[in-house]
Design a protein around this ligand. Structure first.
Ligand SMILES: Nc1ncnc2c1ncn2[C@@H]1O[C@H](COP(=O)(O)OP(=O)(O)OP(=O)(O)O)[C@@H](O)[C@H]1O
Length: 459
């Protein structure tokens, strides 16, 4: 990890040449100016005291605010004096700086910044969604990043660094020093990055019974009994599977063929379907072949039928949606547009199909490409890759053609990029299932490659 991450973070929004170029003093100045100009009406009056050195209330025109000097990852900004030209600008600037003094905001900001510099983390997302706060507090935020990166390298911030940050915003130093245990911090950061807590089974008022650590509605347990499913299979009752999936954590499920992996990932997925405000998939499920897509689709449709309360039932998580359209199995490119039109919640498909559609749209119709991006990313919270060994480049030597090589990763990366850049860095749960018992190692490393984390599980 580079020490100048803070600088890149600053440059992401402000630097048209993209990240990486050191931020010039003019960029920092422009960020501060932008934050004043872009905010329009003054923000709500801050309820906590402003940072030391700031007088409460608006900065009067011609009254100066002293900032710096600051050294962020090798880019030094000398002390400057910012002078508002109107009372409104003064009020906004004062509010912006006062935001730095709000410890709740600060904790959020610091957490997001830590997340963004975590290796493999969703780089730069927070700059966009926290633009207001971030732009307003760029100088201080960059200092936090610098401090934190120094901590990650096992060294303390230098005394001059500390005193500069402490002079600028003492609360930032406190927040940084508040976390003593690095392991605990890492765990916290990883959890915050990966998980998104949902109410399970929203809209279902049945009694819940336990199935492998996951509460399931009584109506489903009864239907299982009729099918001869009276207790969870060994992989289904492994604590690392359904309870973790229900919490939104990434999981690699590895068990021999017929071990019950499919049900193991489908139940938590169904439990996590949410009422959504707008159009778009909630879960994308990749399988290597059309036959498998049909098989998984059939299982999903049966589960949805039972959960919806039989033939006439609507979707439990959104009573305005008929159960027939909740899950779509995509077997041809035209099916994809049916799924978009019908606003499916779960799509089961082979990644090659979506990939070829995306490629076509790139050349043919940017307008449709926007629609598809919206459909794929606006509500997405889960990507499941079944039979991962058959879908990754680790198998590329035996793959039949370029379309099969890495399509799952490419589509996942495409969708994740969309989610990160447009939807406030919303975490997406990644689930990987591998059945090839005699190539456990391949399955796990392929899974890790897709999930982007070292996660192994017993099973
Ligand atoms: N707990 C259970 N008790 C009894 N039968 C089960 C249980 N869980 C799943 N099954 C049944 O076992 C069969 C195989 O399950 P499933 O398809 O989920 O296995 P899998 O591990 O996903 O296999 P594959 O690797 O082939 O995808 C299915 O018919 C399913 O309905």
């Amino acid at each position: 990890m580079e020490l100048d991450l803070g600088v890149s973070l600053l440059s992401e929004d402000s630097n048209p040449a993209g990240s990486g170029r050191p931020v010039a003093e003019a960029d920092i100045e422009r960020l501060l100016e932008d934050s004043v100009e872009a905010e329009g009406a003054p923000s709500a009056a801050p309820t906590a005291p402003a940072s030391p050195g700031l007088v409460p209330g608006a900065l009067a025109p011609n009254r100066s605010l002293e900032v710096g000097p600051l050294d962020v990852g090798g880019c030094s900004a000398p002390a400057r004096s910012l002078t508002p030209t109107s009372p409104a600008q003064g009020a906004q600037r004062q509010d912006s700086w006062a935001l730095i003094g709000l410890s709740g905001r600060l904790e959020d900001l610091c957490r997001d910044l830590r997340r963004s510099v975590e290796p493999g983390g969703p780089a730069f997302g927070p700059c966009r969604w926290q633009r207001r706060t971030f732009a307003a507090s760029s100088l201080a935020a960059a200092s936090v990043v610098t401090l934190w990166v120094v901590r990650r390298r096992g060294r303390s911030a230098t005394a001059p660094q500390r005193s500069r940050v402490s002079a600028l915003a003492p609360e930032l130093v406190k927040v940084n020093e508040g976390v003593e245990d690095e392991d605990q911090e890492d765990q916290e950061v990883a959890n915050a990055r990966n998980t998104r807590k949902f109410e399970l089974w929203p809209g279902i008022s049945d009694t819940m019974v336990d199935f492998g650590g996951l509460p399931i509605p009584q109506r489903l347990a009864d239907a299982f009994t009729e099918r001869g499913i009276v207790e969870p299979s060994p992989i289904q009752e492994t604590p690392q599977v359904m309870p973790k999936l229900a919490r939104g954590e990434h999981v690699i499920i590895h068990a021999p063929t017929g071990g019950g992996k499919t049900l193991g990932y489908l139940l938590p997925l169904l439990a996590r379907l949410q009422p959504t405000m707008h159009v778009g998939l909630q879960a994308l499920l990749f399988v290597p072949t059309a036959e498998l897509a049909l098989q998984v689709g059939r299982e999903l449709k049966w589960l949805i039928y039972v959960l919806a309360g039989g033939a006439e039932g609507m979707c439990w998580f959104n009573p305005q949606v008929p159960q027939e359209i909740a899950c779509q199995v995509l077997l041809s490119r035209s099916n994809l547009w049916d799924a978009v039109r019908q606003d499916a919640s779960i799509m089961v498909t082979t990644p090659g199909l979506i990939r070829s559609e995306l490629q076509m749209l790139k050349w043919e119709a940017r307008r449709f490409s926007e629609t598809l991006k919206l459909f794929l990313a606006s509500n997405l919270h889960t990507i499941i890759t079944d039979e991962v060994d058959a879908l990754t480049p680790l198998q590329s030597t035996v793959a039949k053609g370029p379309e099969k090589v890495g399509a799952a990763e490419r589509v996942s990366a495409f969708v994740l990029d969309e989610v990160r850049s447009r939807y406030r860095n919303r975490p997406v749960q990644l689930v990987v299932s591998s059945a090839t018992a005699n190539s456990r190692k391949v399955g796990i490393s392929a899974g890790e490659q897709l999930v982007g984390d070292r996660i192994a599980m017993k099973g």
